[in-house]
Ligand binder design. Structure first.
Ligand SMILES: [Zn+2]
Length: 155
């Protein structure tokens, strides 16, 4: 006999973004097969914040859904995601880059950018420094952000 707890139960509930009926658990978690939003309780109560496992806020996802656009983060949202999870990645022209929060002796976070091809790491003092100065192939990351793909949590 299976020991079934309430935590294993799955409910039919509407997706928070597109409204279609999907499967959610007791914590309201469930990936939407239609719009791809990863439903979760924390996004519901913080609709303007970027929270794991999504890279954009719930309200931004609703806006993009209504505009028929994919759920892709801009650089500011990517940085917010980084602070939420500490490790993120993106791909540019076939090369993967890892962005991580690192802590120095004063416990002040710094940001590292790791090139998986050259194995080089560049450090930045804070978000502003990273956004304004991070370069890929000699180009500012902020200028080529739209050309990056596979922005995600570091696997
Ligand atoms: Zn949906």
């Amino acid at each position: 006999m299976k020991n079934k707890s309430i935590y294993d139960e799955i409910f039919d509930k509407p997706c928070s973004v597109c409204g279609k009926i999907i499967k959610k658990d007791i914590y309201d978690q469930g990936s939407c097969p239609y719009c791809k939003w990863k439903n979760n309780h924390f996004a519901e109560i913080n609709p303007n914040n970027v929270l794991y496992p999504n890279l954009i806020s719930l309200n931004k996802a609703r806006k993009l859904y209504n505009e028929g656009k994919p759920f892709e983060p801009n650089l500011d949202e990517f940085m917010e995601a980084l602070h939420n999870y500490s490790e993120t990645q993106f791909e540019y022209k076939g090369v993967y880059y890892a962005v991580e929060l690192v802590f120095n002796n004063n416990s002040e976070p710094k940001i590292s950018l790791y090139n998986s091809q050259t194995k080089e790491t560049t450090f930045f003092n804070n978000d502003e420094d990273f956004i304004n100065n991070a370069k890929i192939d000699g180009k500012l990351l902020k200028d080529i952000w739209e050309e990056t793909t596979d922005r995600y949590w570091l696997q």
